[in-house]
Design a protein around this ligand. Structure first.
Ligand code: SAM
Length: 362
């Protein structure tokens, strides 16, 4: 509730002020993290260049120097070849998934209900979903439906988005998949039906929404109005949550992917749901109330790491790291090493997420 002050300027209520202050603190922390990361990368690059130059200058002769340069060029070529091969294999898996993969839809029709930060956060989550799916031995057949307006504009800004091997559909899923209406199942934490199995004939829909559950029950209502089935993940059968059972889009996608691989819900939940969200004692009052789907924006942290993301066409994002001695280290390991130094919730969440992704690719 806003009250007018002496200057006729609206004064925010106490809770609105608290919320605003919290958002500002989060934005400041995020900006600080970004600039620290940028600085870390710069220093790292500088160090590697220095080390390489020192190594070169220690060469005993001109021949030795030439040999070192040639060797380095060769290693680089091999690395690039390996990456191209991996990309090719990923493209094959994703193409195959279009024919035989479990259909999973991300419903992008909620853009009007989100702030631009929330849309940004959702786009990062979609990027993350695409990257994780591409790493799976048997990926799902992903669909983005309702891909219009602001949502489309933001997605188009992702480098290489045009080349993604995914169904991009401007139409809503109900239109695009009208001939399969009886197979549509909206996944929503508010459903009565519990999802025990994944049926290859069904098409599972996930609400593309980052709303801190401000729009409570909106996907349940939508499914009911459209007369399609709904189901919730069987979280309660396997673990107790410290707050609600509403998960983020990327968490739900990852859980489905893990389940497709192992048919083990418990394993999928434990690998994907961050420890802090499980009821293991304490919890943060703020995140409990609102959910934490973009509290620290885990997807963004991973997505910001171009190496870890490895999406089609993201090559142009790659930083030239000519003097990179540890280039052959798996990007996830590198990310994990960095995160191990970090002491915040997001760090822990990503650590768990990247651990899961490591396991997946092994
Ligand atoms: C951040 S949630 C959106 C919450 C939103 N208020 C709603 O009513 O769906 C993103 C989406 O993930 C899926 N989801 C989240 N938690 C789920 C759960 N426990 N079971 C099934 N689906 C879930 C739903 O499709 C949901 O729309």
């Amino acid at each position: 509730m806003e009250e007018p002050n002496q200057n006729d300027q609206p004064t925010l209520s106490k809770s609105a002020r608290k919320k605003l202050a919290k958002q500002q603190r989060q934005a400041e922390r995020k900006a600080e993290r970004k600039s620290q990361e940028k600085e870390r990368k710069r220093k790292d690059l500088e160090r590697r260049r220095r080390e390489w130059e020192e190594k070169l200058s220690s060469a005993a002769s001109e021949e030795e120097r030439t040999r070192m340069i040639e060797e380095r060029k060769e290693t680089r070529k091999e690395r690039m070849g390996k990456r191209a091969e991996e990309r090719g294999m990923r493209a094959e898996r994703l193409k195959k998934a279009k024919e035989i993969g479990q259909k999973v839809v991300i419903d992008l029709e909620f853009a009007e209900l989100m702030t631009s930060n929330e849309i940004h956060s959702l786009v990062q989550q979609v990027m993350y979903c695409y990257a994780v799916n591409g790493r799976c031995a048997s990926p799902a057949h992903l669909w983005l439906t309702g891909c219009t307006g602001e949502m489309e504009t933001q997605l188009q800004k992702i480098p290489g988005f045009d080349k993604w091997i995914i169904e991009k559909e401007a139409k809503s899923y109900i239109e695009a998949l009208q001939d399969q209406k009886e197979n549509l199942v909206y996944l929503t934490a508010d459903a009565e039906t519990v999802l025990n199995e994944l049926d290859p004939m069904k098409i599972y829909i996930i609400g593309g929404l980052v709303d801190r559950n401000r729009w409570k029950g909106i996907t349940m209502k939508k499914a009911n109005e459209q007369g399609i089935q709904s189901a919730r993940l069987p979280i309660g059968n396997y673990l107790k949550m410290s707050s609600s059972q509403v998960l983020t889009v990327n968490q739900v996608v990852e859980i489905l992917l893990k389940f497709l691989q192992t048919r083990d819900w418990k394993d999928a939940f434990f690998q994907v749901i961050p420890q802090r969200k499980r009821d293991e004692g304490k919890g943060d009052a703020e995140t409990e109330e609102t959910g934490d789907e973009n509290a620290e924006d885990p997807a963004e942290l991973v997505a910001a790491d171009e190496d870890a993301l490895e999406v089609e066409g993201a090559d142009n994002l790659e930083i030239e790291e000519d003097a990179d001695d540890d280039q052959d280290i798996d990007p996830f390991v590198k990310k994990k090493q960095r995160l191990e130094k970090s002491d915040n919730d997001a760090g822990r969440a990503i650590e768990e997420e990247t651990n899961g992704m490591r396991n997946e690719s092994q």
